[in-house]
Design a protein around this ligand. Structure first.
Ligand SMILES: NC(=O)c1ccc[n+]([C@@H]2O[C@H](COP(=O)([O-])OP(=O)(O)OC[C@H]3O[C@@H](n4cnc5c(N)ncnc54)[C@H](OP(=O)(O)O)[C@@H]3O)[C@@H](O)[C@H]2O)c1
Length: 360
């Protein structure tokens, strides 16, 4: 049995994912100690403005402690604090959705931190930054894990990475990458309900972003597609992706959210027309599609055989079909809940544990 190892986690973002993660760590603490001699300590938690410091690691009272004792902070103060306490085995967890926070990645890496992130931003900025980040990681002998960037807790990135590193030839990755759009089209295909009502229901169920146009625009699917393409060493940019937005031109960014909601019935007739044009064995699916040979990244609405993996999708599940030389005609398929705070926090925690076993 290996010696005891303490890993120090600095958690940025204590919203849905961050707070669920803290609770999951607390619940598995004893087992990690017993099975792996691993102790996870969280000496700092922070939101966008305030941080709470506890050199012994936060406890079950972290929420009230944060409310009572948190103080305004700058990233340099976080770095000074961990240096001052000589904390080893440092992992910064990005559970924010922030663009500006990613400016901290390289300084954190240069100051001894590994990074685990649920935030997609760092992997979807321009390729130059993507590359600079990897150079900094290599130079400082640090790791960056981000399994939850695509498919939440589903093991998509790890699988794609393993296939690529082991020399398989990945020809295509295709799938329904968005839980909200999965729900919308799975429901629309099976029920005679207006498209606008389904969007409204999805929003009430908390499946869409507050402004559903962020989902319907295809940008989130495109970001996931970009991350997968870059795993295959395809040096591509967000602007290279061909995106078929589902937001009608007259209801795009120039209209307010209120206007969009009150006029969303304008989507009903065009979608009925699309559904009527389908053959009896077909359904509509909104997919991300990466064709490696053609170097083509597309986000689009397709008609799909209802008996295929994509066609049979239920609820708000995501599905990823990975076509490779070794797997031949039939793709490797990864399917399941592709969003939600429990599965996502679990995926972040898996990354933390994986990384903990690598560092000494
Ligand atoms: N929910 C899912 O199913 C899912 C799945 C996969 C990935 N993700 C990703 O997980 C991340 C977190 O999602 P969430 O649902 O937990 O978001 P959330 O509930 O909105 O929480 C975001 C947290 O980040 C903090 N924050 C924002 N900017 C920050 C900054 N510059 N520095 C430090 N903290 C900052 C916020 O603090 P304030 O309160 O001060 O703003 C808040 O505590 C996002 O990137 C999301 O895309 C989510």
């Amino acid at each position: 049995m290996s010696n005891n190892k303490t890993v120090h986690l600095v958690l940025f973002g204590i919203g849905q994912i961050g707070s669920t993660l803290i609770n999951q760590i607390e619940a598995v603490r004893l087992r990690l100690q017993q099975d792996q001699n691993l102790q996870l300590k969280i000496p700092i938690i922070a939101n966008s403005k305030l941080a709470f410091f506890d050199k012994d690691g936060i406890s079950g009272t972290w929420e009230t402690d944060f409310d009572t004792f948190s103080v305004p902070y700058k990233i340099d103060e976080i770095i000074s604090y961990v240096n001052q306490h000589k904390f080893e085995n440092l992992i910064a967890i990005d559970a924010t959705a922030s663009v500006t926070f990613t400016n901290n990645y390289i300084p954190l890496i240069e100051n001894g931190f590994h990074i685990v992130s649920a935030n997609k931003v760092a992997n979807t900025l321009r390729y130059e930054f993507y590359q600079a980040l990897r150079v900094a990681l290599k130079k400082n002998n640090k790791s960056f894990l981000y399994e939850t960037n695509v498919g939440a807790g589903l093991p998509v990135i790890e699988t794609v990475k393993n296939l690529y590193n082991s020399g398989d030839q990945i020809n295509r990755i295709r799938g329904v990458f968005s839980g909200s759009l999965s729900y919308i089209f799975n429901t629309f295909s099976n029920a005679d309900v207006p498209f606008s009502k389904i969007i409204n229901d999805a929003s009430n169920l908390g499946l869409t972003e507050p402004d559903a146009r962020e989902d319907l625009s295809g940008n989130d699917v495109a970001r996931k597609l970009l991350i997968l393409a870059r795993e295959l060493n395809i040096k591509t940019e967000f602007q290279d992706i061909v995106i078929e937005s589902l937001v009608p031109k007259q209801l795009n960014g120039k209209t307010t959210l209120h206007q969009f909601k009150s006029r969303s019935k304008e989507l009903d007739a065009p979608f009925v027309k699309l559904k009527t044009a389908l053959e009896t064995n077909q359904v509509l699916r909104y997919v991300g599609d990466l064709d490696v040979a053609k170097n083509k990244l597309e986000v689009k609405l397709i008609s799909e055989d209802r008996n295929s993996a994509l066609g049979q999708l239920k609820g708000a599940d995501s599905v990823f079909e990975i076509f490779t030389k070794s797997y031949g005609e039939q793709p490797l398929v990864i399917q399941g809940a592709g969003a939600g705070k429990h599965v996502t926090a679990r995926g972040v925690l898996s990354d933390v544990i994986k990384l903990s076993s690598l560092i000494n």
